[in-house]
Each structure stands twice: as C-alpha cells, then as structure tokens.
Design a protein around this ligand. Structure first.
Ligand code: PEP
Ligand code: MG
Length: 833
C-alpha cells in the first residue's frame, strides 16, 4: 500500500503537537501515516527552521513522498528552503501545499491512512476548507479555485489582484475609517500584519476611494504602508477562510480604535466621502532647515556613512532554466537578512528593539520578496537587480505617502542594501568601526545602523534627512547623543572634517575656529567619576545614575555612578502589549540590581501613561493624559498590577546584594503615599518612598514625608505641572526651564520639610540634577542625593567638589530671590564663585 508521509511545519511546537494529536484521533491506532512536526527553531524558540524541516521530511518519507503543511506565511519560505537542503530526488516527491493547517492536516492524515497517492493527499489537504465554507453558505468552489498553487509563495501571502470592491469569494467584508492622525504608517501596519497572522484567514485591505488599486495583503506591512491611508480614508477589509469574520472584525476594530495613537477629533473621524475627509496629516513634513533633536554641543571629526551598494546592471538576464535557482537565492538572502536584523534587535531594548524588529519584518515581507520573485520569473532580472527595482518602486510609494510612512523609506533602503550585499556575498553595509571619537554624518540612519553605535566613541549625529519623529531622533535621544537632522549640506561634509554640532539649536559648523570650538559643552570624553560625591568641605551627596533598562547598567557602572537614583522600570516594558510575568520582571530587575552590589538602587514602580503609555495598563483615550491616570494613579484601576510589581521587586531584591529602595511616581497626596507604603511593606520591601512631581505633593511635603522613608523629586514633571507647560512642547521650553524661580521655591519648601521631619532624605532624579550649577543650588536647598544620565556624573561631581556647602546655600538663596531663570542662574553662578 502507498504510504505518504506528512510534515506539519509550525512556528509553535505546542500548536503542532496539539494539531498532530487531533489528527491522530481521526484514524485507528496503528493505521495512520508517518506524521512529523517541524515546529519552532532549533534552539527551542518560536519560528521555523529550514534544517529542522529538512530532517523531518527525510524522516517522514518512506519512498512514496511527503506532503508538507505550514501554518503562517513565512513557514512556506522555510519549507521551500528546506527543499534546497535535501536530496533532489526526495525533493521531487515533496508537496508543500496551500492548505489550512489544522483542517488540511486532518484531511491529509485521513487520506494518507487510506493509502491515497501523493498528489491525491496533497489535493485533499488543499481543499480542506471546502466543507466549512459550504456549511457557512460561502462559495466553496470559488474559494478553492482562487487558492494559490502549491509552493507559490507570492500567491499565498502576497497582495491579491483586482479592484477595491469585495472579492466575489470573500467570506467577510467590512469598512473602517482610519482615525489615528499618522494614518496606516509602519507601526499600525505591523500591528495589523501581526494580528491577522493569528487567524485562519487570508485578509486583504483596499482603499475605498481608489477602486482601481489592487487590494494588498493585510499580512504585509509594506503592502499596507503603500496604501498611504491617511486619517479619514475608508479602508475595505475583506477575508476568506474559516476565521474570515473574526479576522475582519479584529482588523476593523484596530483601525477604528486608532492603534492607541493620537486620534483626529471625533467629528473628523467619521467622514465617508473624500469631500468630508480631513486633509492628510502634515505634521511630519520633511524639515525645511536643520533641527536639533537631541541636546548637547560637541566638537569632533566627521565620519561619513557611505552607502556602498553599487546599482546592479539592468542588462543582464537569467536564463529560463536558472530562474528557480535565482528565486531560491533571494529567499535565502531574505531569511539571512531577517535573521541579521533579529540578532541586532535582540542586542538592544526598548524602542530600538521595536524599530529593528519592524525592519526585520520588512526583509521577509511578502510584497517585497514576492515582487522580486515576479521580476526574476517574469522578466529574467538578476536577483540583485530585481531587489533594486522592487525596492525602488516601494520607496517611491512610501515617499509619495508622506508623513511617518515616508520616514520609513530609509529602512526600506537599508533592507535593499543588505539584501543586495547578502546576494553578492559582501559584508552588510553599516556604520564603520572606529576607536577614536567621531561625529557620524549620513543621509539618514536606519535603526540597524545605530545598534552598533557606541556612545562612548560616537559624539553626535548629523543627518541630511529625517524629522523629529525619525529613528535618528528617537535613538539619539535614547543614547543621549546630540543630534541634528535635516541638515541639507550633509553631503558636502568630508571624512575627517572637524564639526561643531549643537543638538539644541540645530547649528552645525564645519571646521569651526578655536573660539567656536571652545563653546562646546557636551563633553563626553571626561574620565569616569571617582567619587565619593561631596562638596569641598566633605558634605556627602550621593551621585547616582538614572537607568531605564538592564542595558544601561554597564554604562552607569563604567561612568562611576554611586548606585542608581532612578530605575525607570516602565522602560523595560514599553513594547509590551501584555503585563510581563512575575518571572520576567524579577529577571529584568535583578539584572539591574546585580550591577550595583553594596550600593543603593532606587526602583520606581511603573510610571505608565502620558508620554509613556503601556498598552496593558493605560487608557489611550484620555483627553488630557498628562493630567490623567498615569504613574501611581494606574493602581486605582489595576491595583493587582502594582502588587505584582512590588512582589517582583521584593523577590529580585532577595537574591541580590544591592540595597533596594522603592518609590511611586506621580503622587499628589499624603494619603496616596500612605497607601503605597502599606502595599510595598506588605510585599516585604523595607525602604519605601515617593516621587514629588506635583506641586500638591511639594506643598504638602511635611505630611507626605511623615508617611515615607524618603522622597525623590522628578523635576521634569514638577516643572511641567508647576508652570503648566507641557514638557514635550519645544516652544514652551523656556517655561519648563528648571531654573524657574517658582520651581526652585517649591524645592526650597521640600528642603525645609525634610529638616522639619528630622532629615527625610531628598533626592533629585529629574534632568535638573545633571546641570552642574543647578546641582549645587539643589544641594543648597537641602537635597541629599542626585541622580542623572550616567554621562553627566563626572561634571556634576567635579563642580560639587569645587564648592563648600555654604556657597551652595548662598547660591540657593540668590536663585530663590531671582525674578526669572536667567537671573537665577547668573546669581547662583556668582554666589558659587
Ligand atoms: C521627572 O519627572 O523628573 C522624572 C525623573 O520622571 P520622568 O522623567 O521619567 O517622568
Ligand atoms: Mg516624572
């Protein structure tokens, strides 16, 4: 009897195991075919691995061939790559079928158990949706007829063709109006693509206002971005498959809810016609002049990032019989480049990881890879040329879309360059390795460029492209590197040119004279701080570092921090849709604690909300998030999340040698402080405090201090709320200035409260602590510890060591009496001498 083997390829080992068990129940024990799972990566992770699949195929074959079923689109790619690894004779009797994973597996197992031949088993699996579609009243014949041929990757996951009207075979259709101000840019596109992957459905999206445009696959972030769907655009969602209705509803809800991003006003969110639709968002235009996006003023030699990829020849052609091989090379390159990105992503945390992961998805995106394959098969272009041309078309569409989508064109070009380098066997393009300090100059930077940037050697970034929301800006701020974007003359800069870069004003001076060079203030080549932090006359002031994630630990230790004055725990989980488990939290916290044996680490509980939304904790439709449910206030709705975090901190503290203190952000009343202390103590934490970030807490500091062991001043927020000036608004920066006498007077009251309550420790962990002169004033006002970006510690420590406590007090008095920030600073300076 014929005995066809079956291989189930899945990203998830538990999924494959369960599907195999279910299929096993369909046949009498001992009569089933040989069925193997090829699930997960070789190291046990989620994903698929061509080598694992190749082994499974070889094992499943008994000479009559093997049917391979796959769960998600990229599994097809791995399955096809596996065919390259196995003996060509065996490969010839393997069928990778476009079947639904579970139904197809069951159908294949039953048919194979009955002794059916290879192609019969393959056909049975491919038509496995038919009964379900018929039962639900759908057109099974049309659905099956439109199913892609086995092995046709582009057909299986790429954009469908036809106008924007619902496909006749669609099982479910709905419309949704784009409501988020930035439209369907890269992040929402990735969210949709990620969401549809979990449904047994093929989902497409189309613009209702452009019936002539073909729908795009909702599994393809690039395809979605090319829709250039701005707010107000109505999108038609169509799906086929057993979960078509659920998938359509899910995507509709995602689009209508705006992906947790800023929404256009309710009134403008519902237009159904173009006439009523709001104009596309124009808040992220290409800058018209240089913009400083990350503070600091430095001098250094330029290193120009050159994109070294030569344009591939348009004249060469691949002969017909070599085109399959050429397609395989592209698929291999796509998998390799995706892996390169993922490797880079795993080396970093936070937003950098998110953006690199999104770029990794681009490298394996069905629209890109499918387009390349079509050019190779249809026109015989070489793999490199096909990549070049496909990317060029997509880049043009991205740029035409404008706004945030246009800013992602740089990522697409990086993917193109890496694919071409991989196909040529060249080193991936990127930032050159340097040991000496330099300023990196580029047309624009992709996230992958910046991963290897070492802030100890890279002094600043200057780019020709990019806006305030570009990755260059995001990453520069995260790394604390001064940066100027939109500098049109970047191309005229040569390697080795001396540059003065001011990330506040956007000024770039090429070959500055001595006098200009002397104005540089953002020095990062200072030696590490050698401590202890104290004034000239020995008044101790602990100088700690602010850390946002475990990766900051090494930098803080290296710069000589005397512990951590602010561990922003929410930075560990900014990209999380769901609450991190207790174990994950313990692991993240312990990594930080372990960096500081015998030293103090002040952990702040999640400060979610406002500019740091955490999807699992915060409300994204608050009208005024800075004044809404953020920081400790999230515990009003989710006290269990706070309690679990406190338990995790306590558990992590138990196994470490750090002296762990814990504090809550955004406290306004003594009652909130009391409640927090009770919860923290119940979790087993001994030293418990709160942040003073609201004028309310500052003005009632005595009462607050009676409840706690210490306080820490978040001067960024305290300035924002005292001055009623959004800390993110560049044009209100003068009001949010920490030298504002109003802010200093509140800090003065807190210093007095400390004395009145018998010396309650008062830290400052806002940006104010990093200003050497202001740090002295803060000490004069009664502050007992300062915490700041690690790179600022040497300067602050040096300035403090230069002055006596009395001078600090005189400087504080002078600043308090001043009428404005300029006068306050000048008066303090004079007093400090
Ligand atoms: C602050 O507000 O000063 C502070 C340290 O907290 P964050 O900047 O994280 O809001
Ligand atoms: Mg704050």
């Amino acid at each position: 009897m014929t005995s066809v083997g079956i291989v189930a390829v899945s990203h998830s080992a538990p999924l494959a195991k369960a599907a195999l068990a279910l299929a096993g129940e369909m046949v009498r024990e001992g009569t089933g075919p040989r069925v193997l799972a090829a699930a997960g990566t070789a190291d046990g992770g989620t994903g698929t691995d061509a080598a694992v699949i190749a082994d499974a195929i070889a094992e499943a074959d008994s000479g009559d061939g093997v049917v391979v079923l796959t769960d998600l689109g990229s599994a097809i790619m791995s399955a096809e790559l596996a065919l390259e690894f196995i003996d060509p004779e065996l490969a010839a009797r393997v069928r990778v079928v476009p079947a639904p994973f579970v139904e197809g597996l069951l159908a294949a197992v039953v048919r194979a158990a009955g002794g059916a031949a290879l192609d019969e088993v393959a056909r049975e699996a491919s038509g496995a949706l038919r009964p379900k579609i018929e039962q639900l009243g759908g057109d099974a014949a049309a659905a099956t007829a439109s199913a892609p041929a086995a092995g046709d990757v582009a057909g299986a996951t790429g954009p469908s063709t036809g106008g924007a009207g619902p496909a006749p075979s669609a099982d479910a259709v709905a419309s949704a109006t784009v409501r988020n101000v930035a439209g369907l840019h890269a992040r929402p596109a990735a969210v949709i693509a990620g969401a549809v992957a979990s449904f047994d459905a093929e989902v497409t999206l189309a613009r209702e206002d452009s019936p002539q445009r073909a729908p795009v696959s909702a599994a393809s972030p690039i395809g979605i971005a090319t829709l250039a769907a701005a707010p107000g655009v109505s999108v038609l969602i169509a799906a086929t498959g057993t979960q078509a209705t659920e998938a359509v509803e899910h995507v509709r809800a995602l689009i209508e809810e705006g992906f947790g991003e800023e929404l256009v006003g309710e009134a403008s969110a519902t237009p159904t016609s173009d006439a009523a639709a709001p104009a596309p968002r124009t808040t992220d235009p290409t800058p018209t002049g240089p913009i400083g996006v990350s503070a600091g003023r430095v001098v250094g030699p330029a290193v120009v990032l050159r994109r070294t990829v030569r344009e591939p020849s348009a004249d060469e052609r691949v002969p017909d019989d070599a085109r399959d091989g050429a397609v395989s090379l592209v698929r291999e390159a796509s998998i390799r480049v995706t892996e390169q990105y993922r490797e880079r992503a795993s080396a970093v945390e936070g937003q950098r990881r998110t953006v690199i992961e999104a770029t990794a998805d681009m490298a394996g995106d069905a629209t890109l890879v499918g387009g390349v394959e079509a050019l190779i098969r249809g026109e015989g272009l070489t793999p490199t040329r096909a990549v070049w041309q496909t990317a060029a078309e997509l880049v043009e569409q991205y740029r035409a879309a404008g706004g945030l989508i246009a800013e992602r064109a740089t990522d697409l070009i990086d993917v193109r360059n890496r694919l071409i380098a991989a196909l040529r066997g060249d080193e991936p393009p990127g930032v050159p390795a340097r040991r000496e300090p330099f300023i990196l100059v580029a047309d624009d930077l992709a996230p992958a460029d910046t991963v290897t940037l070492d802030p100890a050697v890279c002094l600043a970034l200057v780019t020709e492209q990019g806006g305030p929301t570009s990755h260059t800006a995001i990453i520069a701020r995260e790394l604390g590197l001064p940066a100027v974007v939109g500098y049109a003359d970047a191309r005229s800069i040569r390697d080795g040119d001396l540059l003065l870069v001011d990330g506040d004003s956007g000024e770039v001076v090429v070959r500055p004279d001595q006098a200009a060079q002397a104005t540089a203030t953002g020095v990062i080549t200072l030696p590490p701080f050698e401590g202890p932090g104290q004034t000239r006359n020995g008044h101790r002031v602990l100088l700690g570092a602010n850390v946002g994630a475990p990766r900051d630990v090494a930098r803080a230790v290296e710069r000589g921090a005397e512990g951590v004055g602010l561990f922003r725990t929410e930075f560990c989980f900014l990209d999380r849709e769901t609450e991190p488990s207790l174990d994950e939290q313990v692991a993240a916290y312990r990594e930080v604690f372990d960096g500081f044996p015998g030293q103090r680490v002040v952990v702040r509980t999640l400060d979610a909300g406002s500019d740091k939304p955490l999807p699992f904790l915060t409300n994204d439709d608050e009208p005024n998030p800075a004044l809404g449910v953020r920081g400790l206030r999230t515990a009003r709705r989710h006290p269990e999340v706070l309690d679990r975090q406190l338990a995790a901190i306590a558990r992590a503290a138990e196994g470490s040698r750090a002296e762990v203190w814990v504090m809550a952000p955004m406290v306004a009343t003594a009652e909130e402080a009391r409640d927090f202390v009770a919860r923290a103590r119940a979790a087993g934490l001994t030293t418990v405090g709160v942040m003073i970030e609201t004028p309310a807490a500052g003005l009632t500091a005595v009462e607050v201090m009676r409840e706690v062991d210490f306080v820490s001043l978040g001067t960024n927020d305290l300035a924002q709320y005292t001055m009623a000036a959004d800390r993110q608004a560049g044009d209100l920066a003068d009001l949010a200035n920490p030298w504002q006498p109003a802010l200093l007077r509140i800090i003065g009251l807190i210093g007095e409260a400390s004395r009145e309550t018998g010396g309650t420790p008062v830290g400052v962990c806002g940006e104010a602590a990093a200003d050497p002169e202001l740090a002295c004033v803060l000490v004069g006002l009664g502050v007992t510890s300062l915490s700041m970006a690690a790179r600022a510690i040497t300067r602050v420590g040096g300035r403090l060591a230069d002055v006596d406590l009395d001078a600090c007090r005189r400087a504080a008095d002078a600043a308090l009496a001043a009428a404005d920030p300029t006068e306050a600073k000048a008066a303090a300076r004079a007093a400090l001498g």
